[in-house]
Design a protein around this ligand. Structure first.
Ligand code: G3I
Length: 304
């Protein structure tokens, strides 16, 4: 096929992008979005600070702009993210203990309920593990008790039983890293004990500090062998030209080689849309032209 989304769909997968609501008035941006992608992730609009700016006062205006656009275009929506230590509104940042636990669960329940039937996959919990050492990240949520993650997953399942529920993180791509092993151990434990988890999201922000690892496919296979889907959720790759293009192709081929790798999302459309202040990590240049990385990605999708 001739677009990313249609090529991914030929093997039963989706190809998505992060979308910012305030760019939906940019015709170049929307033109590429609608032509190439069949899934979207709101880049910031479903986060806790955006959806519950005051406690128990929920705002879905900006998220709805993205969701409504996606539904009109027949695109899937990945919900990002219900529980996270970052981008908490001020009221939540200053909470702790049992009050925070119940506020977090209320947030999960209310947001997942609001989008029931519209979001096919939720990042229920994002980035809960420490960057090194193989333990949990310290946060106000973690200090409510080690079971906060499973409590969030149970609340999400109850609120939206039809959605796939993911744990999402970065630097869990290299199988040998302690963080990867720690997340793997948690997912294995959840599956053993019947905690409702359906998928693991590998953000896959690749740069010189955390490059695409040669064992990426092994990591995808090992998570999938636990009985969960794996999704590449926030892909971007530092670099340019044929080197960058070849890495994009390798990522796509690794996903296609794993039956339970059911979708890939890039974290933005044009290089100028990237969260990275500098660099050229995406598939389209600042003018919206297809880069070598685009062509390599499309060709790899079509090789499946
Ligand atoms: O909207 C406000 C604007 O009103 C204000 O004037 C301006 C001044 O700082 O900030 C704007 O908000 C910014 C927001 O992006 C929208 O542009 C925030 O400061 C900025 O922190 C925020 O950055 C986002 C970042 O998450 C926050 O953690 C990035 O756009 C977003 O791409 C990034 O995405 C994360 C994923 O959620 C989780 N994984 C890592 C990934 C990259 O960091």
């Amino acid at each position: 096929a001739t677009t990313l989304g249609a090529s991914a769909a030929a093997t039963g997968r989706y190809f998505g992008t992060a979308v910012a609501a305030n760019k939906l008035s940019d015709s170049t941006y929307v033109g590429i979005l609608d032509r190439e992608f069949n899934a979207v992730t709101p880049e910031n609009e479903m986060k806790i600070d955006a959806t519950e700016p005051q406690q128990n006062q929920f705002t879905f205006t900006n998220a709805d702009r993205i969701v409504n656009h996606a539904i009109a275009q027949g695109m899937k929506v990945r919900g990002h993210t219900l529980a996270w230590h970052s981008q908490q509104p001020g009221w939540m940042q200053s909470m702790e203990g049992a009050a925070l636990r119940s506020a977090m669960l209320n947030h999960v329940t209310r947001v997942a309920t609001n989008y029931r039937g519209k979001v096919f996959t939720w990042d229920v919990v994002n980035e809960a593990f420490a960057d090194s050492g193989g333990g949990r990240r310290d946060s106000n949520l973690q200090r409510t008790g080690n079971d906060w993650i499973e409590a969030a997953f149970r609340a999400a399942r109850t609120a939206d039983p039809g959605a796939k529920l993911c744990y999402n993180d970065y630097n869990i791509d290299n199988w040998t890293w302690a963080k990867t092993q720690a997340v793997y151990t948690m997912v294995r434990d959840f599956k053993t004990r019947g905690v409702p988890i359906d998928c693991v999201g590998l953000q896959s922000h690749f740069n010189s500090g955390s490059p695409y690892p040669g064992n990426y496919r092994t990591t995808l296979e090992n998570f999938a062998a636990l009985g969960v889907d794996v999704q590449i959720t926030e892909l971007d790759i530092e670099g340019s030209g044929q080197t960058q293009a070849a890495t994009y192709a390798n990522v796509v081929k690794d996903c296609l080689a794993v039956a339970r790798c059911n979708g890939i999302t890039v974290w933005g459309i044009r290089d100028s849309d990237s969260w990275r202040a500098s660099g050229t990590p995406l598939l389209f240049d600042g003018s919206g032209n297809k880069k070598a990385a685009y062509t390599a990605t499309l060709d790899a999708l079509n090789s499946g």
